[in-house]
Design a protein around this ligand. Structure first.
Ligand code: CP3
Length: 336
């Protein structure tokens, strides 16, 4: 996996699954049922380590991804963050004036339990398993901080960025600086690579994409590498579509994560021949299973056979996914 991230093509692609620890696993639901709330699970190293390792006990995955969430950063900055059952995250929405009240000084200390989880994971994992750390990219995190919850069009954050450019820039500066410190700390604690989750890279015109996605991700990549030379970084700009090639070229990420709407011939047509890619099976194909799943797995592997490729879904696995289909996927990717 790590060699692939660094640009080496493999005979068969290595595989991990976005959101591989989670509600489709009964052993996850059991741990979760015994915790007060979701953030408590993220901040309890013993439990976060356990649920991170659960999918690797069932499946021959090549990487573990730290169990945490992108919204621990707003929580660490002092914004109120709650996870409501069946509703997703709910934050106390930021106003232009409340940006100045965020508390970056204490953020890393607040995240100390997550860094302890990273240390425990590196100690527990076999050396050949890659440990992936992560954070949310600034724009994606800002959409939740400004909107107060997830939304289909991120309208509140898009309007805020245009109407309050100074407050928005101040917020992005805080998120960039905090993300750099947090990712560097994850590397120091034992992460082998990190992924930047830009889940809301869609719905942006080209000016907004350059300012809110490319430039902040570029600054994070440069900022992390200034302190961790050659740090391996995967970028996942979901929905970037026509902006994908620019994103890869200008941010400097090692690997470009492709969402499932990205056509399989996109890489061959628009990306440098040596650029590693990750993806991009539709998670709902994994729910449905059967011959369409096998055929699509084979198509994806064939499409990226001439370049470094990490097999993954094109977005997170969903709770209703049958475990047998996940086992089938991993087996087919590894052994054909
Ligand atoms: O296994 C892994 O991938 C590691 C853990 C992980 C979680 N969230 C755990 C989680 C990771 C990498 C994330 C990233 C994340 N969180 C993203 C980016 C990836 C993406 O899916 O686009 C985003 C946008 C979030 C914010 C978030 N967290 C939402 C919108 C929700 C609610 C929706 C949902 O899926 O429930 C969460 C909650 C969350 N994060 C859960 C898990 C396992 C489910 C909560 C629970 O168990 O009660």
């Amino acid at each position: 996996m790590l060699a692939t991230i660094l640009g080496e093509r493999q005979e068969r692609p290595p595989i991990w699954i976005m959101r591989q620890a989670g509600r489709y696993l009964p052993e996850y639901r059991e741990v979760r049922a015994n915790t007060k709330n979701f953030l408590e699970l993220c901040y309890t190293p013993e439990l976060a380590t356990e649920v991170t390792l659960q999918p690797l006990r069932r499946f021959d995955l090549d990487a573990a991804i730290l169990f945490s969430d992108i919204l621990v950063i707003p929580d660490a900055l002092g914004q109120s963050v709650r996870f409501e059952q069946g509703e997703g995250p709910v934050l106390e929405a930021l106003s232009p004036n409340s940006v100045a009240q965020l508390r970056p000084e204490g953020a890393l200390e607040h995240l100390a339990p997550v860094l302890e989880t990273v240390r425990r994971l590196r100690a527990a994992l076999a050396p050949e398993k890659t440990l992936i750390g992560f954070c949310g990219s600034p724009w994606t995190v800002a959409t939740y901080m400004i909107g107060g919850r997830g939304s289909p069009d991120q309208a509140l954050a898009r309007i805020f960025a245009l109407e309050h450019p100074k407050a928005f820039a101040a917020l992005m500066d805080i998120l960039i600086a905090t993300s750099i410190d947090y990712l560097v700390a994850q590397f120091e604690a034992g992460a082998d690579a990190v992924q930047l989750f830009e889940s809301w890279a869609l719905n942006l015109d080209d000016i907004a994409f350059a300012d809110r996605v490319i430039e902040p991700n570029r600054r994070i990549v440069a900022g992390v590498r200034a302190r961790v030379p050659n740090a391996p970084i995967i970028g996942f700009p979901r929905g970037a579509a026509g902006n994908l090639a620019k994103y890869a070229a200008l941010t400097g990420v090692n690997v470009l994560g492709l969402d499932y709407a990205t056509p399989l011939d996109f890489a061959a047509k628009h990306l440098p021949a040596t650029l590693p890619v990750q993806g991009n099976l539709d998670p709902l194909r994994l729910v449905a299973g059967g011959s369409q799943l096998d055929e699509r797995i084979d198509q994806i592997i064939a499409a990226f056979a001439d370049r470094p490729h990490i097999f993954n879904l094109g977005h997170g696995i969903v709770p209703q996914t049958p475990i047998a289909h996940v086992a089938r996927l991993v087996e087919r990717v590894k052994n054909g």
